[in-house]
Structure formats: structure tokens, C-alpha cells
Ligand binder design. Structure first.
Ligand SMILES: [Zn+2]
Length: 591
């Protein structure tokens, strides 16, 4: 069976032959027999040529990179709906294909351009655009793409030269979807908010163990995703597309994250990723998002062909499931706006009860290494097909009850700017209010020592309190009646894995800014002990029961400072609060 599969595989690749394509329409990858991939300028030239030669294609840009390159975009529409407002009013499905976020992993660019040429120039698939509007980002991380070289991807089998993983400031754009530090991310979020695509595809090359699959994928469809989207993926999309790919000779596996990289028989993990990644962020915007990962050890032609076929299968599927996709996206938005899950899950863990996955691997030999002193694995090309445990069931480990709104004091401008990039409606108070609110104290803050994505993330414990507070004119209100509710909660609830506060947007709240002299505290402490029997007992109990405290003179003095009226009662208080009731005051929408 495996043998037959490989014969079929061979035929499929040959059926992608470019013989019937006029030479002037061959991509650089095709002309070089997939030894090379086009540079940025050559890619833009090819995109412009497509737009000049097809009435269905428009070339445009959606922003600038850090090094001031244009971020390229192809809009493809048979009905010439090149404007986002018009496109969103039609019944067509808008599909956004993002290539080269990790610019060395670039087969998506070559596959997308070949497929688009085959649709609009060679006219190989005459009905493919009937129900679709395509948005193709040929290269997203353009600056990384032009850090071009032979030695950028040590594990990867071609092309001969390629781009680099990060952008020009060494940020991984695929960890930036929530905190949005990079200009590329800000441009992407604006593009996304303007078009609100119905389906999103992000194309990569994976690292990891060796196995038979050219293609692996991930599509979030568990409790972190709105139910209508989950249902559509499971009932209409995923298994049909996988069957179709299998028939074409491209069996695809879920993203392979082995428990033990030397031994697939121990099983693989699934689970839920944090929303800093594209394929978890987009589902929080109520849209299905497919991550495609080709396998680094397959040659470039095989990888480009595999992506080409995957895209073709997706387009075919969405053409036949157009109305159900459009309906599920609409229902997911309505559900999110009006009846969000309560409790709403923020964090998940993967359970220890596995399902079974039939894995197409290779036999391996584990040897002792004289170099590392440890064991190392050598993969053979002999197939080894086996059932392995697949740990993909999840459980929420942290949840909140959604408030009516979040209230943000007006001085926290940098957070407001980020909310706007995410397409979140922000209002300001036109009259002062008094409101019953819940607020958090974030105690025991600890910063990650080494930077991660240009920041030092902070962890803390959360304590929740209630209070009645006054807010002046100009205070920001973020209501939870929006299609972006899932993003709002994930940005503003401090326990969420990618909360702005965890990324360091509110670090100054953790800084003590007034200090007491020891000789002042000595006097204060003596007065407090003399006048408060309860406090006296608390202090002496702590001295006898807590040796760390007893041996720290500063902590002993601070014991009194913290219990005095001089202590800063705003220290460690998270400034964004949860409104318990509806806010009825007059407000203005912030543009
Ligand atoms: Zn990648």
C-alpha cells in the first residue's frame, strides 16, 4: 500500500509539470527546477505582471516594513471586488493566504503564485474563482526575506538560498499577533480588520523528527473557538480536504510535536496554542485558520507541489461549502457579541488520556554519540507505520466571567492604541460616572530574566476585589458587545496568556516610588506597636514563625510602612477594571 502511494505521489508531482505554461510565465522556482526562489523585487514584478495581464487581479500594498519596504498584497476577484467594503457585502468567501512570515520557509509564495497563474492566465481551473475572493500576501516578512543567504535554515532541504526567520528588529512576527510591537503586525491587523476574511491560511516549513508526510497542518477547533466555527471545520471542511489530499497522494498529519523526538511510538501532543500565534489569534476573531507546515527534509519541488495541492483542495472545498462557511462565520460573530461563553476559558492544559493516531513514520536507529556524549537518532528511509498515542484532549485551567465592560483610565494610551489595531471599538465618557467595579491586585511580580520577543514578560498572582469608583470625562470604556469580545478579554484579563500586562505594557504599576528612611520607620513602628495590641501580636507571631522575615531588617520595618496610611495604595493595582453593571452614561466612539 505504501509502495502504491509513492507511485501515485510521483505521478501527481509530474502532473504539475510546467510544460504547458509559456516560458514568460514560469516562476523563478520553476525555471530553476526548484533550486531557487525569487527575491523580493522579482516577486513584486511577477505580481504586477499578473495584475496587468488579468482583469481579475489587482496588485496593491498594505503597509511598510521596518526597513521601509512595501508589504505586498494581491487581490483576486472575478467580479472585480477589489475594495474591502464591497467585497464584504457580497456572498463570496474571502480567503487570506499569508506566506513567508518566517521568510526562510517560503514554499507558500511559490505555490500561491503558480496556482494563481494557473487559475487566471493558464485557465486550468475555470470555476475556481466563482465563489472566492483571494487575498494573497506573497511575502509577509519582507525584510526577513531579503536577509537572503545559503545558511539561514540549517535543517532545511532547499531552495539554495532563502530568507531569515525574524523581521529586521529580530522579532518573530508569529509571536506578535497580540502585543503588536512590529510595524508589520500593525499593518496586518489593519488589513485583517478592513477585510475580515472568512478563512485564513498561514504557510510554513516545520522542523522536528523525520517522517513520511510532506504536509502537516493545525486548525484550532476546540473549546477556545466559537462553536459554529468548530462545527464547520469538523463537519464540512477538515476531513473532506484531508481525504482529497490523500487521494492526490499527499497524506497530511496534524502538526507533529513528539513527546520524544527520538521515538514517535511514545506519542505526540496536540492541545491549544496561545493567541500570540496566527493560527490561534485568527480563531479568536471568529474565523477558521489553517496552519500549513511542509516538512523541511522534503526537497523544495515536493514542498511547493504539496502546498499547491493543499491550496487547491481548500479552494475546491470552500467553493462547495460557501454558504455554510459564510453562515458559520456570521453565527460565530453573533454568538460572540450576544452570548459569549460564561465561564470564558483563558488557559488550557492537555489531558493525559490519549486518542490514537495512525502515524506514517520512518524506522530509526539510536546510537551513542562520541561528540555529545548522549544518544542521537539517525532516521532511515524505511517506512514504519504505527498507531501512536495522540494527546489532544484539553481542559480549561483558568476561566473568568465576562464583565459588562472594561474601564481604562485615560492615561494608559499605549494599550488603547493596540486595542484599536485589533479592530476593537473604544469609547470615551462624555460625563463622569460612579460604577460598581471589580479590580485586580497583581502580587509577587516576577520578570523573565532573558528577553522574549523583545520584552521581559512578567508573571504574578491575581487577587480580585470589589469597589465603587468614580471615573472622569475622557475615561475609556470597552464594552463586551463586540465581535472582537474574545480578543478584548484575552488582551485585558491579566490571567490570559497574552494579556498586555503580562507582556509588560503596565510595568510601572509594579514600581514603588516613595521610600521611608529607617529612622523614620523606627519611630513609626514604635508608635504603632504601642497603640495597637492586635498589630503587636501579628508582628511578634510573624517574627517567631517566619525566619526569612525575622532575618530581614528592611522587611521588618516595611511591615509597619505597609500597614500605615503612608503606603502607596495604588502599588500593584492593575488599572483596568471590570464594570459589574451596564454603563449608561453618554459616550463617544474613538476613531
Ligand atoms: Zn515557521
Amino acid at each position: 500500500m505504501v509502495k502504491n502511494l509513492f507511485i501515485f505521489f510521483f505521478i501527481t508531482i509530474n502532473s504539475l509539470s510546467s510544460q504547458d505554461i509559456p516560458i514568460e510565465w514560469l516562476t523563478k522556482a520553476e525555471k530553476s527546477n526548484f533550486k531557487e526562489t525569487s527575491r523580493y523585487e522579482e516577486t513584486i514584478d511577477y505580481c504586477i505582471k499578473l495584475s496587468k495581464n488579468s482583469p481579475f487581479v489587482r496588485y496593491t500594498t498594505f503597509g511598510k516594513s521596518g526597513e521601509n519596504r512595501d508589504l505586498p498584497l494581491l487581490i483576486v476577484s472575478k467580479d472585480k471586488f477589489f475594495d474591502s467594503k464591497k467585497a464584504r457585502q457580497t456572498s463570496k468567501a474571502i480567503i487570506l493566504i499569508q506566506n513567508g512570515i518566517h521568510a526562510g520557509e517560503i514554499e507558500g509564495k511559490d505555490a500561491s503564485l503558480m496556482l494563481l497563474r494557473d487559475i487566471v492566465i493558464a485557465k486550468k481551473y475555470p470555476n475556481m474563482l466563482d465563489s472566492l475572493i483571494l487575498l494573497i500576501i506573497p511575502i509577509y516578512n519582507v525584510d526577513g526575506h531579503e536577509r537572503f543567504g545559503k545558511y539561514n535554515r540549517i535543517n532545511q532541504n532547499g531552495p539554495e538560498e532563502m530568507g531569515w526567520r525574524t523581521n529586521a528588529t529580530n522579532l518573530n512576527l508569529n509571536r506578535d499577533y497580540m502585543k503588536a510591537d512590529a510595524p508589520e503586525t500593525k499593518a496586518f491587523l489593519k488589513l485583517f480588520d478592513s477585510w475580515l476574511p472568512d478563512f485564513f491560511i498561514d504557510i510554513h516549513t516545520t522542523n522536528g523528527a523525520d517522517y513520511q508526510y510532506s504536509l502537516t497542518y493545525s486548525i484550532e477547533s476546540q473549546e477556545n473557538v466559537a462553536l459554529p466555527i468548530r462545527k464547520w471545520i469538523n463537519e464540512k471542511f477538515l476531513y473532506n480536504v484531508l481525504d482529497n489530499l490523500n487521494q492526490k497522494g499527499y497524506p497530511a498529519a496534524p502538526y507533529i510535536w513528539l513527546k520524544d523526538n527520538k521515538d514517535p511510538s511514545k506519542g505526540m501532543y496536540g492541545g491549544v496554542s496561545p493567541p500570540r500565534l496566527s493560527n490561534t489569534y485568527i480563531p479568536l476573531q471568529n474565523r477558521p485558520a489553517l496552519l500549513i507546515e511542509t516538512h523541511m527534509l522534503k526537497d523544495y519541488k515536493t514542498r511547493v507541489s504539496a502546498v499547491y495541492q493543499f491550496l487547491l483542495s481548500i479552494f475546491e472545498n470552500i467553493n462547495s461549502n460557501l454558504s455554510s462557511l459564510k453562515l458559520s462565520v456570521k453565527l460565530a460573530d453573533e454568538f460572540t457579541m450576544n452570548s459569549l461563553e460564561n465561564p470564558f476559558p483563558l488557559r488550557f492544559e492537555t489531558l493525559s488520556e490519549p486518542d490514537t493516531f495512525f502515524f506514517l513514520g520512518y524506522k530509526s536507529v539510536v546510537e551513542k554519540s562520541e561528540i555529545s556524549g548522549a544518544e542521537w537518532v539517525r532516521w532511515t528511509d524505511e517506512p514504519l507505520n504505527l498507531n501512536i498515542p495522540w494527546y489532544n484532549r484539553i481542559k480549561a485551567t483558568s476561566s473568568i466571567s465576562p464583565p459588562f465592560a472594561y474601564i481604562i483610565p485615560k492615561q494608559w494610551q499605549s494599550a488603547i492604541e493596540i486595542l484599536k489595531y485589533h479592530g476593537i471599538m473604544v469609547e470615551t465618557l462624555k460625563e463622569p460616572i460612579e460604577a460598581q467595579v471589580e479590580y485586580y491586585k497583581l502580587t509577587n511580580p516576577k520578570w523573565q530574566e532573558r528577553p522574549y520577543e523583545g520584552r521581559h514578560p512578567v508573571s504574578y498572582n491575581t487577587e480580585k476585589y470589589s469597589s465603587f469608583k468614580k471615573y472622569p470625562v475622557g475615561t475609556y470604556i470597552i464594552r463586551l458587545n463586540q465581535r472582537t469580545n474574545r480578543i478584548i478579554i484575552n488582551l485585558l484579563e491579566p490571567e490570559a496568556p497574552d494579556a498586555l500586562v503580562a507582556w509588560g505594557y503596565f510595568n510601572s504599576i509594579f514600581e514603588q516610588k516613595e521610600y521611608a528612611e529607617d529612622y523614620v520607620l523606627e519611630k513609626l513602628a514604635r508608635d504603632m506597636l504601642a497603640n495597637d495590641e492586635k498589630l503587636k501580636k501579628e508582628f511578634y507571631d510573624k517574627l517567631s514563625n517566619d525566619s526569612t522575615f525575622a532575618s530581614n531588617p528592611r522587611a521588618r520595618l516595611n511591615f509597619f510602612y505597609q500597614r500605615s496610611p503612608y503606603w502607596d495604595n495604588q502599588l500593584n493595582i492593575y488599572p483596568i477594571v471590570r464594570a459589574v453593571n451596564e454603563i449608561k452614561a453618554t459616550t463617544e466612539i474613538v476613531k
